[in-house]
Design a protein around this ligand. Structure first.
Ligand SMILES: Nc1nc2c(c(=O)[nH]1)N=C([C@H](O)[C@H](O)COP(=O)(O)OP(=O)(O)OP(=O)(O)O)CN2
Ligand SMILES: [Zn+2]
Length: 139
């Protein structure tokens, strides 16, 4: 029987963004993205939940030390995203929109590169209290 356990770390960051498609005119961007297309940007208080799944180490009882996970999220994610303009201050959304979906995928990829492949990883990102996304699915 599997002894896999999921451990979670919650973090938050504040960031500004604008959702628009540069290939479209303002009218179409307004129609699709509404107030999220404000050229002067707008902000969200993002809540981030990182889930790591694996078997507890027999010597420590830890799946992964949550202090190490916390430091990793700080260094790999929050340093890039917190109090930043996601369109202008980060390199991640030059060719894509900083939607919750795309931000979640970027965060997953940043963390996946640093977390031992023996662990499964899943990221949940709340853009508002009621709007949230998860990547990857079915973990
Ligand atoms: N599939 C997606 N839809 C929307 C996204 C997104 O990232 N993925 N993003 C937005 C806006 O950026 C933003 O989330 C909308 O914010 P807001 O208008 O404040 O949202 P609500 O009015 O629904 O606020 P609640 O507090 O959640 O009620 C839009 N769509
Ligand atoms: Zn928004």
């Amino acid at each position: 029987m599997s002894r896999k356990v999921a451990v979670f770390r919650k973090e938050h960051f504040n960031a500004a963004h604008r959702l628009y498609n540069p290939a479209w005119d303002m009218a179409k961007n307004d129609a699709v993205f509404g107030k999220c297309n404000n050229p002067n940007f707008h902000g969200h208080n993002y809540e981030l939940v990182v889930k790591v799944v694996g078997e507890p180490d027999p010597e420590t009882g830890y799946v992964m030390d949550l202090k190490i996970l916390s430091d990793l999220i700080r260094d790999e994610v929050l340093e890039h995203f917190d109090h930043r303009n996601l369109n202008l201050d980060t390199p991640f959304f030059k060719d894509s929109n900083p939607t919750a979906e795309n931000i979640c995928i970027v965060i997953y990829e940043l963390l996946r590169a640093k977390i031992d492949p023996k662990f499964d990883l899943q990221v949940r990102l709340y853009e508002t209290e009621r709007n949230f996304v998860e990547y990857p699915v079915n973990n």
